[in-house]
Write a protein that binds this ligand. Structure first.
Ligand SMILES: C[S@@+](CC[C@H](N)C(=O)[O-])C[C@H]1O[C@@H](n2cnc3c(N)ncnc32)[C@H](O)[C@@H]1O
Length: 243
């Protein structure tokens, strides 16, 4: 099977961009509803793992509506600067409204960016985070190389992604919810027929756990670690660029 970190062919990237742009208006609402509010906790844990230091410059790649970028900026570490990059302008527009409301424009700037060609100089960032983004990239390995390129030596990469829960009974209950109920609720609320069927499908193809740790290692990251949250529904991966 063409797993979720292999290069996709055809106009996969364009389709993903169109899909996220069309669900943007209900993206935050559905995130909160479908995760029963756990998404905020997962992002908070991802930024705990990133551990942003004062004066640091960070990239939230595939920022969507900017929740992770806002979480970084809200850490109160002095002089932090965050770039939120995404290729969906409707998502970024909604993110901008949040920055306006929270008066965060001096800490966060938004950039229309493609993960496979990050529009920043080598070694521009002290840390990079991407949440629920990597399995959607049309060339995840190229995107990881790009992330490594724009990271400073000693900088940290953090990836937050869904994973299948390891406990047999819960795994079955979750599979029923994730593969049957969620696509139905998502389609009903968003009015988009495929986006919330694509979600469990792309998660099912994602090489979670040790397999993704090895992919990070092959992309040149070191000291890889990962840990699961909420009975294994999501996993946070972390690694460093050394040298
Ligand atoms: C599931 S959303 C995650 C958004 C946000 N990180 C969050 O935690 O809610 C995935 C985001 O990845 C973006 N995306 C997907 N592929 C991308 C690519 N190749 N380059 C840039 N952004 C991409 C989509 O536009 C979308 O906003």
């Amino acid at each position: 099977m063409n797993h979720a970190t292999q290069k996709k062919t055809g106009d996969f990237g364009k389709q993903v961009q169109t899909m996220f742009s069309s669900i943007a208006p209900c993206y935050d609402f559905l995130n909160a509803l479908l995760s029963l509010g756990r998404d905020r906790y997962w992002r908070k844990c991802a930024i705990d793992t990133l551990a942003p230091q004062p004066g640091g410059r960070f990239l939230d790649l595939a920022t969507g509506t900017c929740d992770l970028a806002i979480e970084i900026a809200s850490r109160k570490a002095k002089g932090i600067r965050v770039v939120g990059g995404d290729f969906s302008l409707p998502m970024l527009r909604l993110g901008k409204e949040k920055l306006d409301a929270k008066n965060l424009h001096s800490n966060i700037c938004l950039h229309a960016s493609c993960a496979e060609q990050i529009p920043f100089a080598d070694e521009a960032f002290h840390g990079i985070v991407t949440a629920f983004g990597i399995r959607n990239f049309s060339d995840p390995e190229l995107a990881l190389n790009e992330m490594r390129r724009v990271l400073k030596p000693g900088g940290r990469i953090v990836v937050l992604e869904f994973s299948p829960p390891p406990y047999p009974v819960f795994r079955n209950i979750f599979a029923f919810y994730f593969q049957r109920l969620l696509p139905w609720i998502g389609a009903w609320v968003s009015g988009h027929k495929n986006a919330y069927s694509y979600l469990p499908q792309s998660v099912g193809e994602f090489p979670y756990g040790e397999r993704f740790a090895k992919i990070l290692e092959s992309a040149g990251f070191k000291n890889i670690s990962y840990n699961t949250l909420t009975l294994g529904i999501v996993t946070i991966y972390a690694g460093y660029k050394i040298g």
